[in-house]
Design a protein around this ligand. Structure first.
Ligand code: NAD
Length: 294
């Protein structure tokens, strides 16, 4: 049985590593926050002292950290994965990061005889906890086939999109669609509420029609119940929309709805909201409406 490594035990990584453990695998874990390592060790994981330590014990190293510089640090920084990894091992980066940097990371690892998959996910904390994530993968078919049984322990809709970087490009597209749908949901609920309708009843009615969506279901409920505990932090969604806006610029195209959604995240961030759930985008629209959804 392959020895698994898991780096990054945050909101997503904790439950994902937990599913691998529950399936009976040995999972070597590390996070810069030592409490998270202790928590997973309490569930049977092997606590490691660094990313290098994880890599030296594992055949497959999964990474689930916030941003591009974090992946770079985990892989190539001091006491990083490359200091411990053996030729023939596989790195699976499930974080949402730059497609361009991903291709560079894959190239550097390939020079050491290490294959890489980019495999960002969608489905949020609930998807991670219920093991129903969508997983969008970039890399070689044969490497994908080898890792798929592990993906199946964490997700349901698992698609190989193309070569290295293609999984991350798909994830950026996903984040555009999610942000713009959050904006639409927040705008609709703020409008209905200011017009005097009960937003909970409006959400219930809209869920059965064309405006219904997972975002209306999960994030619409958060907006109404004022539950902005993350979930998916605004700072991470801002990071993803930055990638979208930068890529669109280099592709010579305009993505105006994404730019507006980013401005609304910026407005919430300006009021110390960067670590709120992304459903808190509604607060920007509430400011413009001078009305709170209630
Ligand atoms: P998080 O901030 O809760 O967790 C990230 C963890 O990585 C933290 O525990 C942090 O200490 C650790 N970390 C950072 N740098 C490290 C390093 N160099 N070595 C070891 N550990 C390191 O973030 P999250 O919400 O779990 O998100 C992780 C990734 O998944 C992000 O790229 C995010 O965009 C993506 N994502 C999140 C969600 C969500 O709903 N939270 C959904 C889909 C995708």
């Amino acid at each position: 049985m392959a020895q698994l490594g898991f780096i990054g035990l945050g909101i997503m990584g904790r439950p994902m590593a937990g599913h691998l453990l529950a399936a009976g695998h040995t999972v070597n874990v590390y996070d810069v926050v030592s409490e998270s390592v202790k928590e997973l060790a309490g569930k049977g994981a092997v606590a490691c002292s660094s990313n290098r330590d994880v890599a030296s014990k594992s055949d497959i190293v999964i990474v689930m950290v916030p941003d591009t510089p974090d992946v770079e640090a985990a892989l190539f920084g001091k006491d990083g994965v490359v200091e411990g990894i053996r030729s023939g091992s596989i790195v699976v980066d499930m974080s949402s990061i730059s497609p361009i940097a991903t291709k560079e990371f894959a190239k550097k690892l390939a020079e050491m005889g290490v294959e890489m998959l980019d495999a960002p996910v969608s489905g949020g904390q609930v998807g991670a906890e219920k093991a129903i994530l969508s997983i969008m993968v970039g890399g070689k078919q044969e490497v994908f086939d080898q890792i798929k049984p592990y993906f199946e322990l964490m997700g349901k809709n698992i698609v190989l999109i193309g070569d290295n970087g293609a999984g991350q490009t798909c994830k950026v597209a996903n984040q555009i669609a999610v942000a713009v749908t959050i904006a639409a949901t927040a705008e609709a609920l703020t409008f209905a509420s200011k017009a005097g309708a009960d937003p909970a009843k409006v959400r219930e009615a809209l869920m059965g029609g064309l405006a219904g969506s997972r975002i209306m279901e999960l994030l619409g409920e958060r907006m109404i119940k004022r539950n902005f505990q993350p979930g998916f932090r605004i700072r991470l969604h801002q990071k993803d929309l930055n990638l979208a806006l930068q890529s669109a610029r280099s592709l010579h195209m305009s993505i105006p709805s994404t730019a507006t959604a980013q401005e609304m995240f910026n407005a919430v961030a300006a009021r110390d909201g960067m670590d709120l759930d992304h459903s808190a985008m509604v607060q920007a629209l509430e400011g413009l409406a001078n009305h709170t959804v209630a």
